[in-house]
Design a protein around this ligand. Structure first.
Ligand SMILES: [Zn+2]
Length: 118
């Protein structure tokens, strides 16, 4: 009997203490406003990369940050295209040579549609 009472009290107070004692990771709250005037707040981990826009939970429209942070300002790194990567490896004259080479092969029938690699 004493055992049961102890366990009951222990369980109740312990879970309560755990709840209060948990240290949450640092958070940040961001406000968003949609074009229809809906305002909503989202909570992000402090180290998380925060979005500049978010879909309004009420009407689904793209909502902008209340603090005015724009997508363009956030993305400082320009997107590298395949062309940019190619240009890092090859100069234009080199590419022209390659193109001429491929065109010759294509015209002579060594590559292209109908040519089987076997
Ligand atoms: Zn909305």
């Amino acid at each position: 009997m004493a055992d049961r009472a102890l366990r009951g009290a222990g369980l109740g107070s312990k879970s309560f203490e755990d709840e209060a004692g948990v240290e949450f990771a640092p958070r940040q709250q961001l406000g968003f406003d949609c074009p229809n005037g809906h305002h909503f707040d989202l909570t992000f981990a402090e180290e998380a990369e925060t979005p500049a826009v978010w879909e309004c939970p009420r009407c689904g429209l793209e909502s902008k940050r209340t603090d005015g942070v724009e997508a363009e300002a956030k993305e400082t790194k320009p997107q590298r295209t395949h062309w940019d990567m190619l240009r890092e490896r090859r100069s234009i004259p080199e590419l022209e040579d390659l193109l001429a080479e491929r065109l010759d092969l294509l015209r002579s029938g060594d590559i292209g549609p109908g040519v089987r690699s076997m």
